[in-house]
Write a protein that binds this ligand. Structure first.
Ligand code: FAD
Length: 549
């Protein structure tokens, strides 16, 4: 006799598949993003189609899979070729090259310098913001290329690189730049004993013949961090008779031979794993002096405002990508019979994350707008002061956002098939390279000490909103006093400045519910250090402003 258990607990019940959230695919990351599309509409409507084309790829399943594979199958150094000759080549997974083609082919690196229309930096910033939602590893070479173009241009001896770096395209061939359709560039400054203080560099460069701008030097020494060693040229710093100087080192000499470089190792990194970051030595590497001897730090830092802007924008993009995932899952998955996003303890978390993203995105785009108006002295001062502020603030806040998003999605976001682990590992990096947080704080202190009037146009931006919001008016008064405080309070000053600038931008551009909640939480006293302690605000309106579409 067969025993058949007919109780209702003999078999599992059907899994409610409507609670298994499908991947976020197919939405338009540009058109659906109120802030990015607002920037293009206001300052660069001519770039709408271009931004839309890239925005439609951000959540394209094929692109997502390419980005995942590129991080999974990391680059490998191939020091010697089959015959034992030194090549110091890097083997990348094809997905890396696909990402490079899409990013460089979309003008993420160069639109600011190639478009004749107004608002070109704003338009390029939108492209970079979108690209950083796809992949941080390739956002490193796009950011360096963007920053280098003003240095390369206008110096006839650098024309072969200037012409190829601006090209919208990607050519991975390891041949002299003249034989390539497009080129990439690296910035190699950091040495083993420290990256913040470039004046302490021990790498040396001596002239082959005459000294001076555009002349050939031989460089000997090392760089402890050298991302993109397969770039066609590297901007580097070395000691010359005249002091610390900036030089351009081609990877390949004009005759096709490998220049005097040795790549010792690729770094095994926390994140940004598709990008080959290396340790490199120079052995009589042929280089061209860029700018004057002794002016190397100034020359290289002349492009730092662009890399720093790009990282501030990139971190806002990364927040956006994480937030898009959080909202997608929280709107689709239910618990206790309601969508997660409507749960009374979850809605404040999501709204708080949405405020963080909105503040970061507006701040980054504000700096980009200042770059669009460098013929105006006030905007020069805005970019001089707000660039390190935005780099400091956005790049630090992004780690907390990615962590909270993992929490808001739950266990699936901790698994490598999900994009969140990639975002989480990527998040701390922008705060390190191109100047750590303390370097940004010191830079703000330096600007205010040397050019106290730089604060005025930034405060002028904030004043109209402060007239409506007493908490913002209080922050302004605070900032004006903090400027005269001792150096150890500068980090607090920078934090107040970042929050006040973000608040004013939201009052100007965001729905009232978003701006009011930002001001009350970030500038008031009733908000905790983690996310989700917002109180008495319109959670749904804030979340809705952040939804894609
Ligand atoms: C993945 C990755 C890729 C990189 N790629 C490149 C690259 O391609 N090219 C390149 O040149 N570099 C690259 N870097 C290096 C990066 O730019 C440096 O790590 C960074 O500039 C900081 O230098 P450091 O690590 O030597 O830290 P240090 O300069 O030793 O600083 C350590 C700490 O001390 C603080 N500090 C230092 N001086 C002061 C001060 N005066 N006052 C207060 N605080 C201070 C810093 O803020 C930091 O918190 C890369 C780094 C990483 C992680």
């Amino acid at each position: 006799m067969t025993l058949v258990d007919e109780t209702p607990f003999s078999r599992p019940r059907p899994i409610p598949d409507d609670n298994l959230v499908p991947d976020l695919h197919g939405v338009d990351a540009f058109a659906g993003d109120a802030i990015a599309s607002g920037v293009v509409e206001r300052y660069a409507p001519w770039a709408r189609e271009r931004a839309s084309a890239l925005g439609s790829r951000v959540w394209d399943p094929e692109v997502l899979e390419t980005a995942r594979k590129a991080q999974r199958h990391t680059p490998e150094l191939r020091p010697l070729d089959r015959l034992g000759r030194e090549v110091f080549d890097v083997d990348f997974h094809p997905s890396y090259h696909d990402l490079m083609s899409l990013a460089f082919g979309s003008g993420v690196h160069s639109l600011a310098w190639t478009a004749d229309e107004p608002g070109a930096h704003s338009a390029r910033a939108v492209l970079s913001y979108l690209w950083n939602q796809v992949d941080g590893s390739t956002a490193c070479p796009t950011g360096m290329a963007y920053a280098s173009i003003p240095i390369l241009r206008g110096r006839p001896e650098l024309a072969p690189w200037a012409e190829k770096v601006v090209v919208e395209g990607y050519d991975p061939a390891d041949v002299p730049v003249t034989a390539k359709s497009a080129a990439t560039i690296g910035y190699f400054m950091t040495e083993k004993h420290g990256g913040s203080d470039l004046r302490a560099n021990v790498t040396v460069a001596r002239p082959v013949g005459r000294r001076g701008t555009g002349e050939t030097y031989l460089v000997n020494g090392h760089k402890w961090f050298a991302s993109v060693p397969m770039a066609d040229c590297y901007l580097t710093v070395a000691q010359t008779e005249g002091g610390v100087s900036c030089l351009l080192i081609p990877r390949r000499r004009a005759d096709g031979s490998l220049n005097g470089i040795r790549v010792n190792r690729l770094k095994d990194k926390l994140g940004n794993r598709a990008n080959a970051s290396s340790e490199i030595e120079y052995h009589d590497a042929e280089a061209l002096l860029v700018g004057e001897e002794g002016k190397g730090v100034r020359t290289i830092l002349s492009s730092a405002e662009y890399t720093r802007l790009d990282f501030a924008i990139g971190s806002a993009g990364l927040m956006r990508a994480a937030l898009s995932q959080a909202l997608h899952v929280n709107d689709h998955r239910t618990a206790f019979g309601v969508p997660l996003s409507q749960l009374p303890i979850q809605a404040p978390v999501l709204a708080d994350l949405a405020l963080e993203w909105a503040g970061a995105a507006h701040l980054g785009f504000r700096v980009a707008r200042a770059e669009d108006h460098q013929d105006d002295v006030s905007e020069q001062l805005v970019s001089r002061l707000l660039t390190p502020v935005a780099k400091f603030w956005n790049c630090r806040r992004v780690s907390g956002v990615t962590e909270e998003v993992i929490q808001s999605i739950g266990g699936n976001a901790y698994i490598e098939e999900h994009p969140l682990p990639r975002y989480y590992r990527e998040a701390p990096l922008n705060a390190i390279w191109e100047g750590t947080s303390n370097m940004m704080v010191m830079d703000v202190g330096r600007v205010l000490a040397r050019e106290p009037k730089a604060l005025e146009p930034v405060l002028d931006d904030i004043r109209p909103a402060a007239a409506e919001h007493p908490l913002l008016a209080g922050a302004l008064a605070d900032i004006e006093e903090l400027v005269n405080e001792p150096e150890d309070t500068t980090r607090y000053l920078v934090t107040r400045l970042a929050l006040a600038a973000q608040a004013a931008l939201l009052v100007e551009h965001a729905p009232t519910a978003v701006a009011d909640a930002f001001v009350t939480s970030r500038l008031g006293t009733g908000w905790g250090p983690g996310y989700g302690t917002l109180r008495g605000v319109d959670f749904e309106a804030i979340i809705d402003h952040a939804r894609l579409g």
